[in-house]
Design a binder for this molecule. Structure first.
Ligand code: CTP
Ligand code: MN
Ligand code: MN
Length: 511
């Protein structure tokens, strides 16, 4: 017992030079509290400078003191000082600006020779590359999008647009892996609460590969990337992008058309015979389908579908999912999820709803996919199973009437997007892509989570489940592969709990 006492005493002495109690020097500048950074300075020089400062009437305290106003270092960068302060228990050094001043030794020596704290000038200050975030926080960016809060508006738009062009181009070339790498890098940048200003900051971030780093560097240094600009200018990229904006056209079809020498929508008209039903509808409504769907339009469609659902199954609910649920003000389509609180009641609902909508001329195109659970029952639960494999769903093109009825009803300004498509038709209307999905009540939280997106968020949620939790997640179940059990959930929150993840509200899933 006794032997411990001297040890303790010794420790206490070591943590000095910062305790002023046994010092007789008086404090002449109470508004200035110094902290000397030992890193690179060394402990003996630090002790010497501490004594010097105190003799001159300066107060010197330890890094963990909240009274520190001036941090003085020798030979360290601002970032290094922030990191050192953090490691030494400082809670005040996180926002350069609001925290203590980070100063070079030159401020200290000038103050000592003047005999008072000199005015801080820019030349005394150590630059910190990131204003609001500590290095420690930056190191904590997760490689999984489902662990990164990603609001709609972010601070790295110019960089993410460049990376997303590269991702798109790679996808057009059939290079899925390369596309994913660019897409992941963009997604990481979207989650950052600060604007990246230097490539050095990328060292702390996951999922930024060599090529992405190069693109980012180019944009940071020159304001633009030649490589990205070349892609954007290329005939192939432009044509592919143009063709893929047609509903029902994917990479394969678009690149085949490109190889056949087709370049414009007009070229395709001559090709008409080769188009599938979806593509024909896509071409017919090209303009409408490529003008953004507004939230008010999405809500109008919810009303129509709710009305249809109510006729066949009172008590069934229609939920707006997809980008609108994540808070987007507009989207490329409307994603709707239908369920009923009594399990089993929803069976057969989708086809009735579709038939009714069709009979009321609400549908310009639809393609229904039946629940495949029977066919899949014997199969081993496959990891590759995608979101919609086993839910009744329908990809459709809606005919949305102008909100205030027919133009015969009154005179008012023409609204872009709504047109008289047919001279014999007296109604203004617009074609809108609508995805309808029906889920049994017990699967509703999984379907909701799966159809809310974003695609990057969903992909990483499944990747996280598989690699970190040995679970398989899809839009209707969560399966523990080692315990060999299905985990049920009554809400999205419960699914996050099963996965040991912090709940992420839809507005923060814009990865
Ligand atoms: N989804 C899916 N399978 C599809 C289509 C969509 O699982 N064949 C799911 C995805 O999980 C996706 C979500 O539905 O995240 C929404 O997809 P989509 O409508 O393509 O994207 P949004 O995020 O809604 O973007 P936008 O606003 O452009 O529609
Ligand atoms: Mn959508
Ligand atoms: Mn969709």
């Amino acid at each position: 017992m006794m032997s411990q006492i001297p040890v303790k005493k010794k420790r206490q002495r070591q943590s000095e030079p910062t305790l002023p109690t046994d010092l007789e020097d008086c404090v002449c500048f109470p508004e200035v509290v110094l902290c000397l950074v030992e890193k690179r300075m060394g402990s003996s020089r630090k002790a010497f400078l501490t004594t010097l400062a105190r003799r001159k009437g300066f107060c010197v305290e330890a890094a963990n003191s909240e009274r520190v106003t001036h941090v003085v270092s020798e030979g360290n960068s601002g970032d290094e000082v922030v990191e050192w302060m953090k490691r030494n228990g400082s809670r005040s050094v996180d926002a350069a600006g609001s925290g203590p001043a980070l100063l070079d030794l030159s401020w200290f020596t000038e103050s000592m020779s003047t005999g008072r704290p000199v005015e801080i000038e820019p030349r005394h200050c150590l630059g910190v590359s990131v204003q609001a975030e500590s290095l420690e926080d930056r190191c904590q960016v997760s490689p999984y999008a489902c662990q990164r809060r990603t609001p709609l508006a972010h601070k790295n738009q110019v960089l993410t647009e460049a990376l997303e062009t590269m991702a798109e181009e790679a996808r057009f070339c059939g290079s899925e892996g390369r596309s994913l790498a660019f897409s992941r890098a963009a997604s990481v940048l979207k989650s950052l609460p600060w604007t990246v200003r230097g490539v050095k900051e990328l060292h702390f971030l996951p999922c930024i590969g060599e090529h992405s780093r190069k693109i980012i560097q180019e944009v940071l240094e020159d304001g633009t990337s030649t490589e990205v600009e070349n892609v954007r200018q290329s005939e192939r990229y432009q044509t592919m992008k143009h063709f893929m904006k047609i509903f029902g056209v994917g990479v394969k079809t678009a690149s085949q058309w490109y190889q056949e020498g087709l370049r414009t929508i007009n070229d395709l008209q001559a090709h008409h015979a080769k188009l599938g039903k979806a593509q024909q509808a896509g071409l017919l409504h090209y303009r409408d389908l490529n003008s953004p769907v507004k939230r008010s339009e999405a809500e109008a469609i919810v009303q129509v579908v709710q009305k249809a659902v109510d006729q066949f199954l009172p008590g069934a609910s229609v939920t707006l999912t997809g980008g609108f649920r994540r808070g987007k003000p507009s989207g490329h389509d409307v994603d709707l999820l239908i369920t009923h609180p009594v399990e089993g009641q929803e069976v057969g609902l989708l086809s009735k709803v579709i038939s009714w909508l069709d009979s009321q001329d609400f549908l310009l195109y639809h393609s229904t996919h039946r629940n495949a659970s029977q066919a899949l029952e014997d199969q081993e639960l496959s990891v590759s199973m995608t979101a919609m494999d086993r839910l009744d769903h329908c990809f459709s093109i809606f005919c949305l009437n102008y909100p205030h009825g027919s133009i015969k009803g009154g005179s008012r300004a023409w609204e872009p997007g709504y047109e008289l498509k047919d001279p014999g038709d007296a109604t203004l209307w617009k074609a809108v892509r609508v995805d309808l999905v029906v889920a049994p009540y017990s699967q509703f939280p999984f379907a909701l989570l799966g159809w809310t997106g974003s695609r990057n968020f969903e992909r990483d949620l499944r990747r996280f489940s598989k690699h970190e939790k040995k679970m398989v997640l899809n839009s209707h179940t969560l399966y523990h592969t080692e315990k060999k059990i299905f985990l049920s959930a009554a809400s999205e929150e419960e699914i996050f709990q099963h996965l040991g993840l912090e709940f992420m509200p839809p507005e923060e899933r814009n990865a």
